[in-house]
Design a protein around this ligand. Sequence first.
Ligand code: TRP
Length: 334
Amino acid sequence: MRIFSGIQPTGRKHLGNYLGAIRQYVEGQHRSAAVGDVAIYCIVDLHATTVAYEPEVLRERLYDTTAILLAAGLEPERCILFRQGDVQEHTELCWLLTSVTAHGELNRMTQFKEKSAQQRELVSAGLFLYPVLQAADVLAYRAHEVPVGDDQRQHIELMRDIAIRFNARFGETLVVPEHRIPDVGARIMDLQDPTKKMSTTGGTVEGTVYVLDEPGAIEKKFKRAVTDSGSEIVRSPDKPGVTNLLDVLAVARDITPAEAEASMAGARGYGDLKMAVAAAVEEMLAPVRERYAEIRPDEGALEDVLAAGAEKARAIAADTLRDVRRAMGVGPAR
Ligand code: TRP
């Protein structure tokens, strides 16, 4: 059982990213090790070049993301953590897979439609091919399981179709992966608009809690969280604000939402709930923030971690590429 996931080096990581992705990565690292496999995590700088960006900023954000992942508990000895651009097999496999990808399929990708509508200057061909590069990321490692947010469902469906089509056309070569959508983090809502997912692009600044926020900022954001009418602290569809706060409390304390609800039975009102969630989140994020502050300044050390990860990644990907080239009749037979 091999786990692979990719994470964007863009934006600041927020509570939704932390609970929905980063924490799953750490869990996956241990689950893989327990069965004698290794979880593989890739920071996707090549994907980040498909929309307008600044080269120096990209490199900074890549270090930020690397440091956050390490601070959150990824251990370079126990998993493979690397930068996509360091392993050329990704771009080569992307090209090879375009031959089994239908143009029409790419045209139907909702993320492509959304992102291309947002571009002011250029809708790049890279943006169009983005899902094929993502397929290459996963298929190069013959991964079985891909932990991703709900928004990546369509991209995973496509990479499955690509793998199935490749195997049918050229013989059994690639593993058809499955997605794994976490039940909790997938549902963390914006504190100012609990009907919308917490997000760097679509959400509100005051409603988004960042992993690196200072305790004071976290408290302020929770205190100002939008709640619902009434005063009962219960999870229910007509109380999206309160439900979200209880869900966050549950994951931060590692208890079930029902237990979170029960723990607030003696509360005097929403104010108590907000204070409890703020405290739980602060407690959960404090060690990450502290480790980040230690790790982030040493870019040389971060480069060392990424280089060692790339070497391990390359060894696996090169093996797949050899089989793919051979199956496709590209290059010499041996
Ligand atoms: N597209 C993914 C996102 O925006 C990032 C990503 C790139 C990815 N390659 C991947 C996720 C491979 C899973 C597997 O979140």
